[in-house]
Design a protein around this ligand. Structure first.
Ligand code: MN
Length: 504
């Protein structure tokens, strides 16, 4: 265990209160309960379930969550008002997060009161909450901009009057790690101190860690960093930073982090930014060739967090940056085995798609692999040239030059359309060698859009033998030609091999 921190860092989760104050977010009591159950399960110590004074729905949620008997302490936000405290107690909360403005800006401009009046309200609220049997966390709102000697006096007196814990709120995200190192120690010696940071300048995590290092013993966090404006300090970032960067072992069940993050995102309707630390979609996704290669050989080369630690999996996506190592790994994962030439051709086609601005999905990869693996390395038929003409004043016509058993054959055919003409000219050109018939033709655009990868499947027959063959290109005619030639080669090669065996 690290000597930098208190023995057991606690977590107060305020996803259901500050997180729910994210503009546009509103959770019903059942949704809040679903999240609360998971919060307790992952190891959160205190759940700030809502604000009892806010609405009937909030009160119902607090009642529901308090009644299921979770391992976590159930807390509600209250102002220094007797009616807020009564509601918290009436609806079953264990504790109150008693928030008192402490900066002159808040005391004078917002409340139009004096420091003395605010202190008096706080002390009377503490007394009332203790009378109602509640645990009290006395919280200084806008503490980072407060006169620190006033704050220190208020906290000292608050504890003397029965408050159990304290909280330093960086309400508008203006703390710095240096200021935290200076301001937190004198306060943390008064009583157990929580740190509550906002992420307006992206310093929520850094400030929370600095405050913990300076003696705070509890971090107020939200799942996915939800919260007012730019949000609160993200829970998942604090836990993983403590564990990985400081070697501090938390009591959090880290393997549940991702499923909890996904649940909160789904129920709040706030999507996870793709590049969000720890829980974003791209946090364990690799495309770049050299990086993916490194990660496959040794994950720590480009991963500071093991994805399994938080219940995730590494993903290799293919694109124009993909090297053959990552393509081969992706193919092996899908049970394809390729030789060097086939792999080279697959990589080439993936890069082409990438250059066209496309992301290569699993289905794309498999279609390309099927098509390339169907190409014969020593084909009976090789295509030298292919042209197709179509238009409103032209009969669709295809011409082709093939090399069949080393002999050059050129031909042309018309058809109902360009694909029909192409299929016909290929069939006719090999007619002298073999009578191959096209039994069935099927085309799939793998994704929407006229520039999508097209997969063509053909069923060919020769002397009663039927085979299926595929082609995959962004050009529908070339995909058809590829499928047809691959299929014809298979039929002819099998015939060749059978014939070769006969003399023996
Ligand atoms: Mn807040």
């Amino acid at each position: 265990m690290s000597v930098l921190f208190v023995d057991s860092i606690r977590f107060l989760d305020t996803t259901l209160r500050d997180g729910e104050q994210t503009p546009g977010v509103s959770l019903n009591p059942e949704q809040k309960l679903e999240i609360a159950v998971k919060l307790a399960d992952i190891g959160i110590d205190v759940i700030e379930a809502g604000s009892a004074a806010a609405s009937e729905g909030e009160r119902q949620a607090i009642r529901l969550i308090s009644d299921v008997g979770l391992s976590a302490e159930i807390c509600t936000y209250v102002r220094a008002l007797a009616e807020d405290i009564d509601l918290a107690a009436d609806y079953g909360a264990d504790s109150v997060h008693l928030v008192v403005p402490v900066s002159d800006l808040h005391i004078v401009k917002k409340l139009r009161k004096t420091r003395e009046q605010v202190a008096a309200m706080a002390f009377s609220a503490i007394g009332h909450a203790k009378d109602r049997g509640l645990i009290v966390e006395l919280s200084g709102e806008d503490a980072s901009r407060a006169d620190q000697s006033f704050l220190c006096d208020l906290f000292t007196e608050g504890i003397a009057r029965g408050a159990d814990r304290l909280c330093f709120c960086d309400t508008v995200g203006v703390l710095t790690p240096e200021k935290a190192a200076e301001l937190i120690p004198p306060l943390a010696t008064i009583a157990p101190l929580s740190i509550h940071c906002h992420d307006d300048l992206g310093l929520g995590l850094a400030n929370t860690l600095a405050a913990l290092k300076a003696g705070a013993s509890c971090a107020h966090t939200t799942i996915n960093g939800l919260g007012e404006r730019a949000g609160n300090t993200p829970f998942e970032e604090v836990v993983m930073s403590l564990e990985i960067l400081y070697g501090y072992q938390t009591h959090i069940k880290k393997e549940q982090i991702y499923s909890l993050a996904s649940l909160v995102s789904r129920l709040t309707g706030v999507p996870l930014p793709v590049n969000k630390a720890v829980v974003g979609e791209m946090a364990f996704t690799h495309e770049s060739g050299i990086h993916a290669h490194g990660v496959i050989r040794e994950p720590t080369t480009y991963e500071s967090i093991k994805p399994e630690m938080i219940g995730r999996k590494r993903r290799i996506v293919l694109g124009k940056h993909s090297g053959s190592a990552s393509v081969e790994a992706a193919l092996n994962e899908r049970n394809y085995t390729t030789d060097a030439t086939q792999l080279k051709e697959i990589v080439k086609r993936i890069k082409q798609l990438g250059d066209e601005g496309k992301r290569v999905t699993d289905t794309d990869l498999m279609a390309i692999a099927d098509a390339v693996l169907a190409i014969d390395s020593k084909p009976v038929i090789r295509m030298r040239q292919f042209t197709v003409v179509t238009g409103n004043n032209a009969i669709p016509t295809a011409s082709v030059t093939l090399e069949v058993n080393g002999q050059e054959i050129t031909g042309a055919s018309s058809g109902n359309g360009p694909v029909d003409a192409a299929m016909e000219v290929l069939r006719k050109s090999v007619a002298d060698v073999a009578d191959i018939r096209l039994e069935e033709y099927h085309v799939d655009a793998i994704h929407g859009g006229t520039d999508a990868l097209v997969e063509v499947t053909v069923r060919l027959s020769k002397d009663g033998k039927i085979i299926t063959s595929r082609g995959a290109r962004t050009d529908i005619i070339m995909a058809s030609v590829e499928a047809m030639i691959a299929g014809m080669n298979r039929l002819l090669r099998e015939e060749h091999e059978t014939r070769g065996k006969n003399p023996r």
